[in-house]
Design a protein around this ligand. Structure first.
Ligand code: 13P
Length: 249
């Protein structure tokens, strides 16, 4: 049985004070731990303060990206070790905004996944097709390519530490959600691909999250699908009440 995961990706939102206030309210809402693992991903500047606010709670913290190197002359970048030190347990890798706006390639995403694992962070590895690719019937090909290149040289043990997030690019921030059936079809495809490459045990343990306009109104139907093990929530994770409602479903 896979423990469902609800992760909130705040993207470039919330100053330190707002982030800490959110963390305190979220923590208070889950004095009794929910059945689902809860993760929030604040911007870099708020990580340390949020970790302090969450200390001793059941809520985990992710960063939104990392650099592939341990340290060195990479102005503006942050390493996995630094994120661990700031209190992160997880890190989002390969988000579509990183791919499209910041030119991250499958190769660099693969190196980042490995860097995250070496630093002791659980990666939330994001994949997903664009609208053009979906309309051209290329979804399976695109997903397979992202999995193959992104997970290159990772072992079944490594996969056991990863979370995969399927985020169709056309559903991110658009208010257009994949239907539960559309999402389930791709989640099934991902799990079967993992089973072929890494064995059935790795595939059965793997949490595969759906992301793209998840809200309190549609979360339950998505999470009821057999291969959807949670959600990566953008906009609806910025408000405590709506995030709590998504977790609560
Ligand atoms: P929205 O929920 O705002 O569509 O964002 C999804 C996302 O990109 C989460 O990583």
């Amino acid at each position: 049985m896979i423990q469902p995961v609800i992760a909130g990706n705040w993207k470039m939102n919330k100053h330190i004070g707002e982030a800490v206030a959110f963390a305190r309210r979220l923590r208070a809402a889950f004095a009794t731990p929910p059945a689902r693992e809860v993760i929030i991903a604040p911007p870099f500047t708020a990580l340390h303060a949020v970790a302090e606010a969450l200390r001793g709670s059941c809520i985990r913290m992710a960063a939104q990206t990392l650099h592939e190197a341990e340290k060195g002359a990479f102005t503006g970048e942050i390493s996995g070790g630094m994120l661990r030190e700031a209190g992160c347990t997880h890190v989002i890798v390969g988000h579509s905004e990183r791919r499209t706006l910041f030119g991250e390639s499958d190769g660099s995403i693969n190196r980042k996944l490995r860097a995250a694992l070496i630093a002791g962070l659980q990666p939330i590895f994001c994949i997903g097709e664009s609208l053009r690719q979906r309309e051209a019937g290329e979804t399976p090909k695109v997903i397979e390519g992202q999995l193959k290149e992104g997970l290159n040289n990772l072992t079944a043990d490594d996969i056991g530490l990863c979370i995969i997030a399927y985020e169709p690019v056309w559903a991110i921030g658009t208010g257009k959600t994949a239907s539960p059936e559309q999402a389930q079809e791709v989640h099934r495809f991902i799990r079967e691909w993992i089973a072929r490459q890494y064995g059935g045990a790795a595939a059965e343990r793997l949490a595969i999250l759906y992301g793209g306009s998840v809200t309190p109104a549609n979360a339950a139907a998505l999470l009821a699908q057999p291969d959807i093990n949670g959600a990566l929530v953008g906009g609806a994770s910025l408000d405590v009440d709506s995030f709590v409602q998504v977790i609560g479903h």
